[in-house]
Structure formats: C-alpha cells, structure tokens
Design a protein around this ligand. Sequence first.
Ligand code: 13P
Length: 249
Amino acid sequence: MRKSIVAGNWKMNTTFAEAKALITEIVSDLNNETTEIIVAPPFVNIEAVVKATSNSRIKVAAQNMHAATKGAYTGEVSGSMLKSIGVQHTILGHSERRGYFNETNALLKEKVNSALTQEMTIIFCFGEELEDRKSGNHFKVVQNQIEEALFHLGASSLDHIILAYEPVWAIGTGETASPEQAQEMHAFIRSLVANNYDSVTADKISILYGGSVKPTNAKELFSNPDVDGGLIGGASLKAEDFLTIVNAF
Ligand code: 13P
C-alpha cells in the first residue's frame, strides 16, 4: 500500500510567534492516524517546530537546502545542519526556487544526491508552466524535470523520494488542476517510473498534487487512484484548513 501524505509548505510565511501558534494548533487538533503529515516552515522557525512536534507523528521538512555539506556559501543552509537539529525531510525543486532562484535540473540533481547522502527524504517538486500546457508540451517538460534530476538514482533510493506534481499555473492562483488533469499527469509520472525502474517501484512511490488545494477540493483530487496526497501552500497556514485536507482521503 502506498502512503497517503499531506505536506504543508509554509513558504516565506510565519513569524516565530505565528509558527509556534500554528504548529501548536495543528498538533493539538490532529485527529488522524493514517495520513503521513509533513510541515515545512521557514528555516528560522524550523527548530521550534521540530521541538513542538517531537511528541507527535508530524514530520518536519526544510523548504530547500544547499548541495554542499558546509563552506563559504553565505546565506545558505546544508543538509547536515538540518539533520543536526532533527530535520529528516526536505523539499527540493519547488517552482519558486526554479523560477526566482534559477535552480536547474542539473543543480537539483546535485541537491538530490546531497540530501540522500544525508539520509534525508526528499519531496521532489516539478510541473509545467501555463505556456507548456497550452502548447501541449506539459508531459515532455515534466518528463525532463524528473529524468534529469532523479533517474540516475538506483531503485532503492526512490524509497526516499516523494514526488510532487505542481503545475505552475495552479500555484497560488486559485486555479486548481481538474481531478482528471491531475490523474492523467500522475498516471503518466507513474508510468515513467515503471518504464525506467519497474512496476513494484512505481506502485510504491507516493505522488502528491500541489496547486490551490483547499478543504473544498481536496477530497475530489485525492480520490484519484494515482493521487496520493497533496503539497499545500496557502491552505496549510490555517490549522483548521490544513487538518481538513489531512482528513480528506
Ligand atoms: P498553493 O496551495 O498556495 O497554491 O501553493 C502550492 C504550493 O506551491 C505548495 O508547495
């Protein structure tokens, strides 16, 4: 059985006090024993969130990390630093990192290798721009993003990868991919994994959908056979909305 996962990407939101209040409410109101739950606070609040979740089953992810272990990279944070405060997960490849910070598939491959060396689990994001979809290139774009950053890995490394399809045109826009569009792309992604590895590996890997997931549309999206959960932005900043999504399977 594949894991059902809901991850909250807080992006560059929450002051220290807001992060503590949000995670405290999520921990105390959580009423779900099956969905895997991950939250990704900004770096400065991450240790407080690790502490606040230490007696719960909620996992904590970074939103990004540098490929090097340490060194002269002003402003950056490494996987070994994250591990040293108990962070086992990291998001990599978010479209905001690709778009605003010029992260390429080649750079992401290095980051993926580094995170795996640190024995971290990666939520690996990818997804097409609106123009790609309009021109019918969306499958090809997604295929390249996945192949170039991940398909050098051995099958056993894929146990430490969660895939997250986030069409850029659906992020923060209120425009969600339809359940049919999500299912179509997720089935395609799973077939890529099956073709490059094998069907056992493809059946095991969780593929999340991200892009304007809300309490009102989560159930319909998650009911698709190849949609194993969601990566949630805006709606993860309100405990009640996030927990409604956690319970939407
Ligand atoms: P929204 O849910 O705000 O559209 O953001 C999705 C996202 O980018 C999660 O990583």
